[in-house]
Design a protein around this ligand. Structure first.
Ligand code: FCA
Length: 336
């Protein structure tokens, strides 16, 4: 019985002795590895593929540069504030964020400054007193140009199909409290008008929430108000907005032959485009989520590591994907 503790003691003694001799040797390589730089990547809707692809891009940057990314969902203000506190406790030096509410910007910046964390905004630019906080580095899509391309695409398809303006109407799914969303849908509507589509045939369906059910509900109300429309042209701030509208028109008997919708993002419509039978979801303006995730994380890392101040405004363009070309384009973008 007594021999066991003795054995343990003597093994411990050996271990200690060998530890001492190692640390005494100058070339033994026991220096603790330099701690990796840590950053947070906080997103408002972690369930949306767009944000999962941004995380994928950030992970790629982390692997390339050797830093660590903590990926967190921040669905409301409370979660955002506690995520910032947790990042500070975990030893992070900064974070990239797509905030659940752009008006939280000043509060987020105050907390980040208190904790000594650097901030890069992605997608939804902070707003203070009704103005963009342009002093915080921002990475996002060129909302007006991408919106205009969405409108141009719908106008071109409308003409190509030879539908009459009297039988056709535009369903614009809107979320005007978010600036990037409003810029996209305003520009899309402006492009349709510029292409000659009558302004009094353009109807807005305001979403209460920026997901498929939010859009489905808004569009269902609009469809009930306009039972005479034979062809719908659908636009919205992202793929989810257009998908909700597509589900709603399908519920009223519309098909790919009688209605078309063009989304934005290109990441949240992949299953839809892969359906064997075409639906009214015609295509999407793809902006690269993996690239935005990579670029914003890379910028923040270099800022932390080398003090390189990031550019204040970085915007990406969009390209149209349809059933014809999406597999090839998504593969090139690292999206599958
Ligand atoms: C907003 C939208 C997302 C995506 C992003 C670029 O945050 O909610 O779907 O379009 O802009």
């Amino acid at each position: 019985m007594k021999s066991i503790p003795l054995l343990v003691l003597s093994l411990l003694g050996l271990a200690l002795a060998s530890g001492c001799s190692k640390s005494a040797s100058p070339s033994a390589g026991t220096e603790p590895a330099a701690a990796k730089i840590k950053i947070g990547f906080l997103v408002k809707q972690p369930e949306e593929p767009w944000f999962q692809y941004e995380w994928k891009g950030a992970d790629k940057a982390a692997a390339q540069y050797g830093f660590e990314v903590m990926k967190l969902g921040v669905q409301d203000g409370e979660k955002t504030m506690s995520a910032i506190d947790n990042l500070a406790v975990a030893g992070a030096s900064g974070f990239v964020i797509c905030t659940p509410d752009v008006r939280l910007g000043p509060q987020i910046m105050r907390r980040a400054t208190e904790k000594g964390l650097k901030v890069v905004i992605v997608d939804d630019q902070f707003v203070k007193d009704g103005k963009f906080m342009t002093e915080v580095p921002y990475v996002g899509m060129s909302a007006s140009r991408i919106g205009a391309k969405q409108g141009d695409t719908l106008a071109a398809e409308f003409k190509k199909r030879g539908w009459s303006a009297e039988d056709t109407a535009v369903c614009a799914v809107t979320f005007e409290e978010l600036d990037t969303a409003r810029e996209r849908t305003d520009s899309s509507i402006a492009a349709l008008k510029a292409a000659g589509f009558p302004a009094d045939r353009i109807f807005k369906a305001p979403q209460k929430t920026t997901d498929i059910p939010g859009s489905f509900d808004a569009v269902s109300v609009l469809l009930t108000q306009h039972p005479d429309v034979k062809h719908w042209l659908i636009l919205g701030m992202n793929d989810s907005a257009v998908l909700g509208a597509v589900r709603a028109v399908e519920g009223r008997g519309f098909t790919a032959e009688t209605a078309i919708g063009v989304g934005i993002n290109g990441t949240d419509c992949i299953d839809e485009l892969r359906k064997p039978k075409p639906t009214p979801f015609f295509g999407s303006m793809l902006a690269s989520a993996p690239q935005e995730g990579f670029a914003s994380a890379e910028m923040l890392y270099k800022w932390i590591k080398d003090g390189t101040q990031p550019p204040l405004d970085t915007r990406s363009e969009g390209i149209l994907i349809t059933r014809e070309n999406f597999e090839e384009i998504l593969k090139k973008e690292g999206i599958n």
